[in-house]
Design a protein around this ligand. Structure first.
Ligand SMILES: *Cc1c(COP(=O)(O)O)cnc(C)c1O
Length: 384
C-alpha cells in the first residue's frame, strides 16, 4: 500500500512476508559474510557493510521518520559521532544549550581535541543575533527538543527557516519525543537523530542509535560510507529487537503521553513541588510551539522538589513503582537525579547556569496503571 499512515507504517514498513519461507516476521540473519555469484557480483557482501536484518530496520526507521533513508548504529553516541565526521575538522556548530550530557561531552571533550570542533551553545529562548553567531565555517545547527533534562521546546520550523538563509543544516535529536510525537524531517529539518535505546527500543533492553534524513544523495552516501568505515553498527539481534519494538511504538507512546499528562497535572498542583517542567502543561514555557509541532507531549518531565538534598534522597528511597536509574523511554517508570547521574559530566558552573540544581529530578513515566504511579509519588512526597 502506498501512503500508509503512521500506525500502519510502524507495523508493516521494511518487510513483507519472507519470500523464501513465507515467514510473517523478518528473520534474524546472523551471517557475517555472503556468497558471491562471481567476484564482485552480490546483493550482500559483508555484514558490517550491509545485512538483511539491518536493511529491514533502516527501511522501517526511514518510513516512520517520514524520511528518504535511514542508518542504524550501535548506540546514539555512535550515530552522533558519525554525524560529526561528515563535516571534517575545524568546523563550527551552533547547539541548543540544554543538550544531552553525552552530546556535550563528545563535542567539548572529544571532538574539540580530535577535530578541532568549535561549539556555540545557545539558549534559543533568548534573542539570538544570528549574524554574529553564524561563522564562515558553521556547518550545522544541533537542536534537541524537548530537551534533556529541562524539557525546553525549540521551534523547529523557525530554526529551519533561519538555517536556510545561511545555507547550513539542521540536525535534530528527536530522542525525547520519538517519531510518534514529532517528526522533524516533515518540519524541514535535514537530519533527525535518535537514541533508539529509549522510546524506539522501549523496553530498556538494548543500546542503539539511528540517523534518518530527507532526500540528499551526497549526505546519504557519506553516512553510508562512514557507517561501514567506522563500523559502529548494531548486531542483527539488536536490529530484530528494534524491529519488534517499533511495532508497538504507537500504542506505547499513547499511554506514555496520557500517563505523563495526568502525572504532570497532579505534581503541578502539589505543595511540595516548586516547579514541573512538562511541555503539555498549559502554563509551561513554549507550550504553544509544542502544541503546534508535536502530536503528543511525551512521557518525560522534570520536577523541582521543595526540599534539600537530604529530602530528595529520602523521597527517592520511598518510591517503589519508580526505579532509580538512568535512561528513559522504557515501559517501566524511572526516576533520576541529573546533577549526580546523567549530567554529572557537565561542569557544575554550567549546570547552575542551566538550572540543573540539586533538587531537580527527571522522571520517565512508564505505562503502568497511572493511579499506581500517582499513589507512589504521593506516598513518597508525604515523607519529606
Ligand atoms: C541517551 C541519549 C543519547 C545517547 O544515546 P545512547 O544510545 O545512550 O548512546 C543522545 N541523546 C539523547 C537525548 C539521549 O537521551
Amino acid at each position: 500500500m502506498k501512503n500508509k499512515k503512521f500506525n500502519t507504517k510502524v507495523i508493516h514498513s521494511g518487510h513483507g512476508a519472507d519470500e523464501s519461507t513465507g515467514s510473517v516476521m523478518p528473520p534474524i540473519n546472523l551471517s557475517s559474510t555472503f556468497k558471491q555469484k562471481n567476484p564482485g557480483e552480490f546483493k550482500y557482501e559483508y555484514a558490517r557493510t550491509k545485512n538483511p536484518t539491518r536493511d529491514v530496520l533502516e527501511q522501517l526507521i526511514a518510513e516512520v521518520e517520514g524520511g528518504d533513508r535511514a542508518f542504524a548504529f550501535s548506540s546514539g553516541m555512535a550515530a552522533i559521532n558519525t554525524l560529526c565526521e561528515i563535516f571534517g575538522s575545524n568546523c563550527h556548530v551552533i547547539c541548543s544549550d540544554d543538550v544531552y550530557g553525552g552530546t556535550r561531552r563528545l563535542f567539548d571533550k572529544v571532538k574539540a581535541k580530535s577535530q578541532n570542533l568549535e561549539v556555540s551553545y545557545v539558549d534559543f529562548d533568548t534573542n539570538v543575533n544570528w549574524d554574529d553567531l553564524v561563522k564562515e565555517n558553521t556547518k550545522f545547527i544541533w537542536i534537541e527538543t524537548p530537551s534533556n533534562p529541562l524539557l525546553k521546546i525549540i521551534d523547529i520550523k523557525n530554526i529551519v527557516e533561519i538555517a536556510k538563509g545561511f545555507k547550513i543544516l539542521v540536525i535534530c535529536d528527536n530522542t525525547f519525543a520519538s517519531a510518534y510525537n514529532q517528526r522533524p524531517l516533515e518540519l524541514g529539518a535535514d537530519i533527525v537523530m535518535n537514541s533508539s535505546t529509549k522510546y524506539l527500543g522501549g523496553h530498556s533492553d538494548l543500546i542503539g542509535g539511528s540517523i534518518a534524513l530527507n532526500k540528499n544523495e551526497a549526505i546519504s552516501e557519506e553516512i553510508q560510507y562512514l557507517q561501514n568505515a567506522i563500523g559502529a553498527v548494531p548486531s542483527p539481534f539488536d536490529c530484530y529487537l528494534l524491529i519488534r519494538s517499533i511495532k508497538t511504538l504507537s500504542v506505547r507512546m499513547e499511554k506514555h503521553n496520557s500517563n505523563a499528562m495526568q502525572i504532570a497535572s497532579f505534581l503541578n498542583n502539589h505543595p511540595k513541588i516548586t516547579k514541573v517542567y512538562y511541555p503539555g502543561l498549559e502554563d509551561s514555557k513554549n507550550h504553544d510551539i509544542a502544541k503546534n509541532q508535536m502530536y503528543g507531549f511525551g512521557g518525560m518531565m522534570s520536577i523541582v522538589l521543595n526540599t534539600n538534598m537530604e529530602g530528595v534522597k529520602k523521597f527517592l528511597k520511598n518510591l517503589s513503582v519508580f526505579t532509580l536509574a538512568e535512561s528513559l523511554g522504557g515501559v517501566e517508570s524511572l526516576i533520576e537525579h541529573p546533577a549526580i547521574m546523567t549530567h554529572a559530566s557537565i561542569d557544575k558552573s554550567i549546570r547552575d547556569t542551566l538550572g540543573i540544581s540539586d533538587s531537580l529530578l527527571r522522571l520517565s513515566i512508564g505505562i503502568e496503571d497511572v493511579t499506581d504511579i500517582q499513589d507512589d509519588l504521593e506516598e513518597a512526597l508525604k515523607q519529606i
